[in-house]
Design a protein around this ligand. Structure first.
Ligand code: HPA
Length: 266
């Protein structure tokens, strides 16, 4: 891929060792502590030239490469969002670095609002598919024919099956559903949520979709998991604000951590 990504991957290997991680992870709002569960080397984004500043509170902007449940993993402990800088490709370089490190598959996590009564705050949802409600795309400007990425089965059926099996083994309900990407940073209106429901969305959030597109562009298998931090606008009297997202994320994050650990144990 890019020369820059190769150079950064060499820097990461020099610190963390040459063995390719078996799994990549991107941690969403309020889920950053999972990075601390990894026994390995931690490199702040600031030390990786060109990595985003990932300035959203609730994120831990560092790359951690090491072992979790006996599996070598590479964890991006924070993401940049489109709404921070107007760049839908804000996570391209970090994903290129994972690719250059030899990461074959990726689990992308996020905090999301639920559009389904049977998926209340504290639930976890496995993404079966997504709707790009933003109309933006991280591959705009990519000059090669590789930009025409097929998105059928973008959410890898095999990786999803392993995540489902891990949730089942842990006794954790993890329904599958469709995630809609809304640009943010303002939350949605109740009318937008009604529109999204009609379009077939089950959850809504401000991230993940560009990363899934970039992962497929790079040839990584990818699956996503949402942690429900609130019912979406107009669906309950519950507060919708970033503090609430950060406060509620740990409930679903604890479930997500058990699912991931179980999957990594095999
Ligand atoms: N909408 C968009 N993004 C979110 C939400 C929401 O309701 N909750 C957490 N992230």
């Amino acid at each position: 891929m890019s020369r820059k990504a190769d150079d950064l991957a060499a820097l990461v290997r020099a610190q963390a060792g040459a063995e390719a991680p078996a799994l990549g992870l991107i941690l969403g709002s309020g889920l950053g502590h999972l990075a601390d569960a990894v026994d390995g080397v931690s490199i702040p984004y600031d030390a990786l030239d060109g990595f985003p500043h990932a300035g959203v509170s609730g994120h831990a902007p560092k790359l951690v490469v090491g072992t979790l449940e006996g599996t070598r993993v590479a964890v991006l402990g924070g993401r940049a969002h489109y709404y921070e800088n107007g760049r839908p490709d804000a996570m391209r370089l970090p994903l290129e670095v994972l690719h250059a490190l030899g990461v074959p598959e990726l689990v992308v996590t996020n905090a999301a609002g639920s559009l389904r009564e049977d998926m209340p705050t504290g639930s976890v949802m496995l993404l079966s598919d997504h709707i790009n409600f933003s109309g933006l795309n991280p591959l705009i400007g990519e000059p090669t024919d590789a930009r025409f990425v097929p998105m059928t089965d973008a959410h890898d059926p095999g990786l999803r099956a392993r995540l489902r099996a891990a949730a089942e083994a842990e006794g954790i309900a993890m329904p599958e559903g469709v995630y809609a990407w809304y640009s943010g940073p303002s939350f949605e209106t109740p009318a937008e949520i009604r529109a999204l429901r009609t379009l077939g969305a089950d959850a809504v959030g401000m991230s993940t979709v560009p990363e899934v597109i970039l992962a497929r562009f790079l040839g990584l298998r990818v699956a996503g998991v949402s942690v429900v931090t609130n019912m979406a606008a107009g669906l309950s009297a519950e507060a919708i604000c970033h503090d609430h997202t950060k406060a509620m994320a740990p409930v679903g994050a604890a479930k997500l951590e058990r699912v991931l650990r179980r999957m990594l144990r095999g």
